[in-house]
Design a protein around this ligand. Structure first.
Ligand SMILES: Nc1ncnc2c1ncn2[C@@H]1O[C@H](COP(=O)(O)OP(=O)(O)OP(=O)(O)O)[C@@H](O)[C@H]1O
Ligand SMILES: [Mg+2]
Length: 272
């Protein structure tokens, strides 16, 4: 635990100093550019003209009140719901055209936990694109799944049905699935829902590592308390983009006031 915390702090203290390979990969992975995105659910204009850049090598949090469109932004970027207008570009193409390089952890409420699969099966789903449904999983895929389970500290739970794990354990398994995918872009919708402080630290440690490897790491984050300090950049949303960029600049009281109105939530003081 102490190890986790100290490496977390040193990672936060300044620009990351990874081995050369990390620097190369940081250059290799392009930022994601969202341009003028509009999403409607029937008459509800859920996102209006949102333009934002998500950079590799950083931890980026999407913040805003309930119903602000945080999950909608993620889903629209992933093509899971249609956008009326706008584009999501990544490198020289659209993000959607490169879907096999993306991993997505949906918001907890949207996962069917009665799914009849073991923790191992869930993690192996992360390898389907690499192995194909009908082919047998390769030793490489099995090794990747084992490593992912270990990284989230769940190697002893591989054979448990996913529905019989605690909420925090389930979150770890879904994070392991995303890791097993070895994606260059990770989207996580409230990954800390239902997890304790220890798991929270483990998850941030892993996200920090992924960012240090030069990946694009984007997480919806609900909590405006101290955990927001883990993020380098923040996208503050309330149907429209209120502000985006360096965390402390975005979390200024003026922007927070605009996003949250009269009700500024529990941690707005800490953020101001
Ligand atoms: N499938 C849907 N059909 C119709 N309206 C929807 C649908 N999904 C979301 N909405 C509406 O769109 C708005 C944005 O929802 P979204 O789930 O993106 O918010 P959020 O910021 O993720 O909220 P939360 O913090 O509660 O997760 C809300 O008003 C919501 O009621
Ligand atoms: Mg949501």
């Amino acid at each position: 635990m102490t190890m986790f915390m100290s490496s977390l702090q040193s990672a936060q203290a300044g620009p990351f100093q990874p081995a050369q390979i990390g620097v190369d990969r940081a250059e290799a992975i392009a930022p994601i550019r969202v341009n003028h995105l509009d999403v409607f659910y029937r008459d509800l204009h859920a996102l209006e003209d949102v333009s934002v850049t998500v950079r590799p090598g950083r931890l980026t949090g999407i913040v805003g009140p309930n119903g602000a469109g945080k999950s909608t932004l993620m889903k629209a970027m992933l093509g899971l719901i249609p956008a009326t207008n706008g584009k999501v570009n990544w490198g020289n193409g659209s993000l959607l055209a490169q879907r096999e390089r993306l991993a997505y952890l949906p918001q907890r409420a949207q996962i069917d936990w009665r799914y009849p699969a073991t923790a191992w099966d869930v993690v192996m789903m992360g390898r389907v694109r690499k192995s194909g449904w009908l082919r047998k999983f390769s030793p490489t895929s099995k090794r990747a799944a084992e490593a992912a389970l270990k990284r989230v500290g769940m190697e002893d739970f591989a054979q448990r049905p996913i529905g019989q794990l605690s909420g925090g354990q389930q979150q770890r398994i879904f994070l392991a699935r995303a890791l097993a995918q070895e994606a260059d872009v990770l989207f996580l919708d409230e990954p800390l829902t239902g997890v304790d402080k220890k798991t929270e630290a483990v998850i941030f440690e892993i996200l920090r590592e992924l960012a240090s490897e030069g990946k694009v790491v984007l997480a919806v984050h609900h909590d405006l308390g101290p955990t927001i300090q883990n993020f380098d950049e923040v996208i503050l949303l309330n149907r429209e983009l209120i502000a985006s960029g360096a965390r402390d600049e975005v979390l200024q009281s003026e922007f927070m006031q605009r996003a949250y109105g009269g009700w500024a939530g529990t941690g707005a003081g800490a953020a101001a």
